[in-house]
Design a protein around this ligand. Structure first.
Ligand code: PMP
Length: 417
């Protein structure tokens, strides 16, 4: 059940098994980083020979590179439904985008977040000052959590609410339009951490009412090194330049600097042209798929994964909210009595299956869900097949009934056969 062959990741890999032989790699760690699409690789290969200094060169190739870079910006902005006056700043990844926005917050402006966030959407706000960042413990229902947000917004003046678009632990979301309305009703703006949402659901700034969205290229079927922050101009036009340097300024005198407006204000130095081209190619590829097809593909795989794992004795699936709807294809779970690191090592070494284990850069959430020691996470995407999912379910079931067939030891913090 793959939506379209044109989207297939560039290459499948054969991986060795500790028990002998090789097997097709089942990549169920797409939420961490997703393999680049074939069309992304092709677009990068086309752009590679044209690659020259952008913005500052007069030569023909500089002009071509500048045009590629700026048109990539337009493509990426359109992909997330940017409004006419929104701006798209290229960054290295979501972490970078969120830190950039944190540097543009009005002084003394307080930020409201939930304890379900990835650290990237918590630490930049806390780093300014813990007094200026309130972390709410989410209620066990979406309805209850919206009420908590409303109460908090009524009790203190916030300039920003920062929420995950989809949890990197459970794939669950809050209704973003409702959160945006709540924030706006109380004079606050809304940032959506779109790292796990944008690659898996059609997201629109205009339709959701969110003010900014941050996301990463390497989770969106493009290579590492490029991300974006897209949204309202005002804070970005006047905020602290994120990467001071060449290109971010209008005039530098020894005693004073005049900065240009966003996006260039925050993109000092020679930019990652090929990264931008790759990210735009991935956006184009996903936009070309029939509306709803990718979502449906991932929904079916998630359903299969949840159903399969639920049937394995001793497996517990993590959930933040009992009433959330349409989570993305990210499923975290524990196996009773088993160290998640051992299970992950077993899945890799004995079955050629890649999952994530640990605390998923969401320590507060995992602690509150009672799994402070960590869990396992399987995640699906464009290239995932039902066979990948079935292999995982069968392998977890086998771990539970038979255990590993070789000894594992912890070396440098990781289980190794
Ligand atoms: N937010 C969420 C929800 C994520 O899943 C991740 C990556 N795991 C990030 C932020 C950070 O992304 P990056 O590592 O690409 O900066």
């Amino acid at each position: 059940c793959r939506p379209t062959a044109a989207l297939l990741p560039t290459a499948g890999a054969r991986v060795p098994l500790v028990t002998g032989g090789t097997v097709d790699y089942a990549n169920l760690d797409v939420a961490a980083s997703s393999p680049a699409l074939a069309s992304v690789a092709a677009r990068v290969a086309e752009a590679l020979p044209l690659y020259a200094s952008v913005h500052r060169g007069a030569g023909y190739l500089s002009q071509v590179s500048t045009a590629l870079y700026e048109s990539a910006r337009d493509t990426v902005a359109a992909f997330v439904g940017a409004r006419d006056d929104d701006v798209c700043v290229f960054t290295r990844n979501t972490t970078d985008s969120l830190s950039l926005l944190a540097g543009c917050l009005p002084a003394d402006g307080a930020v409201l977040v939930l304890d379900v966030e990835h650290h990237a959407d918590l630490l930049p706000w806390q780093q300014r000052s813990r007094d200026l960042c309130d972390v709410l413990t989410a209620a066990p229902t979406v309805a209850g959590t919206l009420q908590l947000l409303a109460d908090a917004l009524a009790a203190r003046r916030y300039v920003l609410v920062a929420v995950t678009g989809a949890s990197n632990v459970t794939g669950e979301s809050l209704p973003l339009r409702r959160v945006a309305d709540l924030a706006h009703d109380h004079g606050a703006l809304l940032l959506v951490d779109g790292a796990q949402l944008v690659p898996h659901r059609r997201f629109s700034l205009a339709e959701s009412g969110a003010d900014w969205v941050a996301f990463s290229g390497h989770k969106l079927y493009a290579p590492f090194g490029t991300g974006a922050l897209v949204g309202r101009r005002d804070w970005l036009d006047t905020g602290r330049p994120y990467l001071p340097g060449g290109g971010a300024v209008a005039q530098v005198d020894v005693g004073a600097t005049t900065w240009v407006a966003a996006p260039h204000r925050h993109e000092g130095g020679s930019p990652n042209v090929l990264g931008a081209v790759a990210l735009a190619a991935a956006c184009d590829a996903l936009s070309a798929v029939a509306p709803g097809a990718l979502e449906q593909h991932e929904r079916e795989l998630r359903g299969r994964l949840v159903e399969g794992l639920d049937d394995v004795a001793g497996v517990r699936l993590l959930r933040i909210w009992s009433d959330s709807v349409d989570p993305t294809g990210v499923v975290s779970f524990t196996v009773d009595g088993a160290d998640p690191g051992l299970v992950a090592a077993y899945l890799s070494a004995e079955h050629g299956i890649g999952v994530r284990d640990g605390r998923f850069c969401a320590h507060p959430l995992l602690a509150r869900l009672g799994v402070a020691g960590g869990a396992l996470r399987a995640s699906v995407g464009v290239g995932t097949t039902s066979d990948d999912v079935d292999r995982l379910v069968a392998a977890v079931a086998r771990f539970v009934t038979e255990g590993p067939s070789v000894e594992y030891a912890v070396v440098d913090g990781r289980h190794q056969p």
